[in-house]
Design a protein around this ligand. Structure first.
Ligand code: PMP
Length: 433
C-alpha cells in the first residue's frame, strides 16, 4: 500500500509538478558546458540520414540504400515462424550471450569447412547484432589512443567514425582506377592498390588494416595476388586484419571469393566478419558474426558482454536452421548461396545495360549488390559549381532524386573528408531490387 504519513501521495505529487518547494534556479538553469564526449566531435554528420529522407520524399525508384526489396527465402521465414510458435517458449528468453548454441555450432561447422580448420563454437565464433556490431567490437577491443588503422578507399562509411570513437587514427589508401581496355566496359577489377603506396602506410603505429572484399561500394572482389600483398604486409609488420566479408556469397562470373584468414600466417591475426542480413537477404534481422582465433575473440567477447550483451534469440535460431539447410545443400543448385548470386547477376547485367544505354558509364561489379557508374557525361545537365564545398556527385545525386525520381548514393560518401573530391563523378546504385 502506498500510504505516507502526513500529506497524501496525490498532494505530494501535485506539489512536485507545480514545482513548489524547489527554487526557480534549479528549474530554469541550462547546462552550458558541452554535453557530448570529445570523441564524437566531427563524426556527427551522416550522409544516410540526408539521402534516406530525400529518397523517401522524392524518389519513385530507390536504388540508394543497400538492402533487398524482396523477401528472404521461404525456408528462412518458415524457420523464424517455427521458432516463434514452437512449444519451446525459452526461445523468447535470453540465450547464451556470445551466441545461441545452435547458431555458433553450425557457424563453426560451416566456416570450419570453408577455412579448412577445426573451429570451436564456443571460442572461435561470436554472434553479434549485425556485422555492424562485430566491427564495433573489433575497433573497441583492439584500438588504443595513438594507434593507426589502415582503411582502403572507397570504404563502407562507418569504419572511419568507429576507429575515431575508439581513439585511433584512420589512415587511408585508395584503390586507383586503371582505364578499361579499348571498347570494354570498366570493371571493379580495374580499381587496384598501388603496392608501394600501400606499403608506405604501414608503420610502428599501425595496429590493424580493414579489408572489405567483396567491397562496398565498388563491388571489387580482391584477387589472391592482392590478398597476398596485404597478408605479407600484415605478417611483416605484425598487424591485425579486420576482414569484412558480408557479401561473401554475392560473387559473379565464376569469380572466387578468397578468405584472407585462409592465407599463410593470417588465421592468427584475422577476425572475419559476416552477416545474415546479406547472406539470407534479411537485413532487418540484424544477425551477424565474427570468426577468429580465441586470442582475438576473447577481447571481442569483453566488449560484447559489456555493451549489447545479447542478440535476439528467435532470429539466431532461424539463421541457425538456414545454415543447417545450406550445409546440407552446399554447392548444389538448390542452395540459396548458389541461387541468390545467379539471380543478382541477372539484375546486375540488366542495370549495366540500362545505364550504358543512357550514357552513364557503369563499372561492372565482380561482387556485392552495388554498381558504381561514371556520371561525367551529364555535366551539361547539372553544371558544376566551382566554389561549392559539396562534391559534384553529391549535388548530382540530389538533382537526380528530385528531378528524375531515381535515388542513388554519391561515391564521395565512401571517402574520408580530405579525399571527397578525388573521385567525385561517380554514383552508387543498389541492384538488389
Ligand atoms: N559491412 C558492409 C561492407 C556493409 O555494406 C554492411 C551493411 N550495409 C555492413 C557491414 C553491416 O551489416 P549488418 O546489416 O549485418 O550490420
Amino acid at each position: 500500500m502506498l500510504r505516507r504519513a502526513g500529506p497524501s501521495l496525490r498532494h505530494f505529487l501535485l506539489e512536485r509538478k507545480s514545482g513548489a518547494g524547489y527554487s526557480s534556479y534549479s528549474r530554469e538553469a541550462k547546462m552550458s558546458r558541452p554535453v557530448q564526449a570529445q570523441r564524437l566531435e566531427g563524426i556527427d554528420k551522416n550522409i544516410w540520414v540526408e539521402f534516406v529522407k530525400l529518397a523517401a520524399t522524392y524518389s519513385t525508384v530507390n536504388l540508394g540504400q543497400g538492402f533487398p526489396d524482396f523477401p528472404p527465402p521461404d525456408f528462412l521465414k518458415e524457420a523464424f515462424m517455427r521458432a516463434l510458435s514452437e512449444e519451446n517458449y525459452m526461445l523468447h528468453q535470453y540465450t547464451r550471450a556470445f551466441g545461441h548454441p545452435l547458431l555458433v555450432k553450425i557457424l563453426a561447422q560451416f566456416f570450419g569447412k570453408l577455412l579448412g580448420r577445426d573451429l570451436d563454437p564456443m571460442t572461435n565464433v561470436m554472434v553479434t547484432v549485425g556485422a555492424y556490431q562485430a566491427l564495433f567490437c573489433c575497433f573497441q577491443a583492439f584500438v588504443d589512443e595513438g594507434n593507426e588503422v589502415i582503411i582502403i578507399e572507397p570504404f563502407f562509411d562507418c569504419y572511419e567514425p568507429m576507429v575515431k570513437m575508439a581513439g585511433g587514427t584512420p589512415v587511408f589508401v585508395p584503390l586507383r582506377p586503371k582505364p578499361p581496355k579499348d571498347g570494354k566496359l570498366a570493371s571493379s577489377a580495374d580499381w587496384q592498390l598501388d603496392p608501394a603506396e600501400l606499403a608506405s602506410k604501414f608503420s610502428k603505429r599501425t595496429k590493424a588494416i580493414v579489408l572489405n572484399s567483396p567491397n562496398n561500394p565498388l563491388g571489387k572482389v580482391f584477387s589472391r595476388g592482392e590478398l597476398e600483398l596485404i597478408a605479407d604486409l600484415c605478417v611483416k609488420h605484425d598487424i591485425l586484419c579486420i576482414s569484412d566479408e558480408v557479401y561473401e556469397w554475392l560473387v559473379y562470373d565464376g569469380k572466387e571469393h578468397i578468405r584472407i584468414a585462409s592465407l599463410q600466417g593470417m588465421w592468427d591475426r584475422t577476425v572475419t566478419i559476416g552477416s545474415a542480413g546479406k547472406t539470407f537477404s534479411a537485413t532487418g534481422w540484424k544477425v551477424g558474426w565474427s570468426v577468429g582465433p580465441n586470442r582475438l575473440l576473447q577481447h571481442l567477447r569483453t566488449v560484447h558482454q559489456n555493451s549489447v550483451y545479447h542478440c535476439a534469440t528467435v532470429a539466431q535460431e532461424a539463421v541457425a536452421q538456414g545454415f543447417q539447410r545450406e550445409l546440407e545443400l552446399y554447392g548444389k543448385p538448390e542452395s540459396y548461396f548458389v541461387q541468390l548470386p545467379k539471380e543478382l547477376q541477372r539484375k546486375r547485367d540488366w542495370l549495366v545495360q540500362s545505364l550504358d544505354a543512357v550514357g552513364m558509364k557503369p563499372i561492372v561489379p565482380e561482387g556485392t549488390y552495388f554498381l558504381v557508374a561514371d556520371i561525367s557525361e551529364f555535366k551539361s545537365d547539372v553544371p558544376d559549381v566551382p566554389d561549392s564545398d559539396e562534391p559534384y556527385d553529391s549535388r548530382f545525386a540530389k538533382w537526380m532524386i528530385k528531378n528524375k525520381g531515381l535515388a542513388a548514393i554519391p561515391l564521395s560518401a565512401f571517402y574520408c573528408g580530405a579525399h571527397k573530391n578525388n573521385y567525385n563523378h561517380f554514383i552508387r546504385f543498389c541492384f538488389a531490387k
